[in-house]
Write a protein that binds this ligand. Structure first.
Ligand code: PLP
Length: 397
């Protein structure tokens, strides 16, 4: 099978490239891409490697990141401090132009703790209907903090102030209290869409004038910054708090941070402990995040260029169309013609041929470019997608 056979170019050394040149066939007769030696049959050399475009979270730590992790200075951050985590928090706060930041295991936790600290139990927040906080976090705001969401569908994930003006509840014992506005930049379910900054500024000005706090889910803020050329600090200036992830485009194994003013972050630290997120020698994971923050922001444009290649490839395929008609950063969402096959069938067929994606809706699949896929793999993926879309349906799985 002629799939992308180039080793993945990594920021440094040969070790990772060598591991990428080995594959085995799984018991489902599917090519798998082992990242450790333990699966390698002796002397088995590869023809190809799997192209994993399910998410930018699938990346392996680079050798120099592993080195930074191995050498991390650590302490017990629950008893007092972990020096590496402290350095990461300070650098994150500085880059985001906020007074303080707190490191947490995941973006879901940073988002949920932001909601909890901004809102009293029994109050509500406004958000875009397709945002991660509402769509993919199990309604944790209700389960854990007693909050309600009021959702509004944006145009391609982008809300306008005019859509929200009548939504703040009057003070009335029948109603919840509206306390917070949440935005997402880039917007995951709208294909990595960048929020236009003028719109963000307008909507946040309106929210502030009306007594609402502003939180940004900036899991992929780094991508928005790279694509627009605006600094992370300028992008998040209109917000009281911002959540950022190190384990997505930046390629760290674990971790997110929540940033805001000092009193907000003090409360967020308390909530992190409450949610079971107190971490002891956290420098082990913070070191990976710190390395990613220092070394990997500058390369994100490569992922965006690869996403454009993928978009061009998909657009050339009859049964596929690009959600919202645009790809701003590293996510490509394809709507699958319902008269052809389902997203699940397409994802399974691609999987069999060595290209991995996620079926995110009954008729939509998602590809995400990242540190561990190169341009020749993207070109191979485009060829495979094209070949599938021109085959008779009966021959597909
Ligand atoms: C926009 C957005 N916010 C938050 C998250 C949650 O991050 P985590 O998986 O670290 O909980 C994700 C995860 O993909 C995301 O895409």
């Amino acid at each position: 099978m002629a799939l992308g056979s180039q080793p993945v170019p990594r920021p440094e050394n040969q070790v990772a490239s060598n591991t990428a040149t080995i594959v085995i066939i799984s018991r489902y007769n599917r090519i798998v891409y082992p990242h450790t030696n333990q699966h390698r049959p002796p002397g088995f050399q590869q023809m190809t490697a799997e192209i994993d475009l399910r998410s930018d979270t699938v990346t392996q730590p680079t050798p120099s990141m592993r080195q930074a992790i191995a050498e991390a200075e650590v302490g017990d951050a629950v008893i007092d401090v972990d020096p590496t985590m402290e350095r990461l928090e300070a650098l994150t706060a500085k880059i985001l132009g906020k007074e303080a930041a707190v490191f947490m295991p995941s973006g879901s936790m940073t988002n949920q703790i932001a909601l909890r600290v901004h809102c009293d139990r029994g109050s509500e927040f406004l958000c875009e209907a397709d945002c991660h906080i509402y769509h993919y976090e199990q309604g944790a705001f209700a389960q854990l903090s007693g909050l309600v969401a009021q959702t509004v569908a944006g145009e391609g994930g982008v809300l306008q102030a005019d859509q929200l003006k009548h939504l703040i509840r009057p003070e009335n014992e029948h109603m919840v209290r509206t306390r917070l506005l949440c935005l997402e930049n880039t917007h995951n379910r709208w294909g990595g869409r960048i929020q236009p900054q003028e719109t963000v500024q307008n909507i946040c000005d309106w929210a502030k004038e009306n007594g609402l706090k502003r939180h940004l889910d900036g899991a992929r803020l780094w991508n928005a910054s790279s694509a627009t050329g605006m600094s992370p600090k300028d992008l998040v200036e209109p917000f009281d708090s911002v959540s950022v992830c190190f384990s997505k485009g930046l390629g760290a194994p674990v971790g997110s941070a929540l940033a805001g003013d000092s009193s907000f972050i003090l409360e967020a630290r308390r909530a992190r402990k409450l949610f079971g997120g107190g971490m002891r020698q956290a420098g082990i994971i913070a070191a990976g995040a710190l390395h990613a923050l220092e070394q990997h922001r500058d390369r994100l444009q490569e992922d965006h260029d690869n996403a454009q290649r993928l978009r061009d490839g998909c657009e050339a395929c009859g049964p596929l169309s690009i959600r919202g008609g645009r790809v701003d950063t590293n996510i490509v969402i394809c709507e699958v013609d319902p008269h052809w096959i389902s997203a699940d069938q397409l994802a399974a067929t691609l999987d069999e041929r060595g290209v991995r994606c996620l079926a995110i809706d009954p008729q939509a699949i998602r590809f995400v470019t990242h540190l561990d896929v190169n341009t020749s793999q993207i070109e191979s993926a485009c060829d495979i997608i094209h070949a599938i879309t021109t085959q008779p349906v009966a021959s597909l799985s």
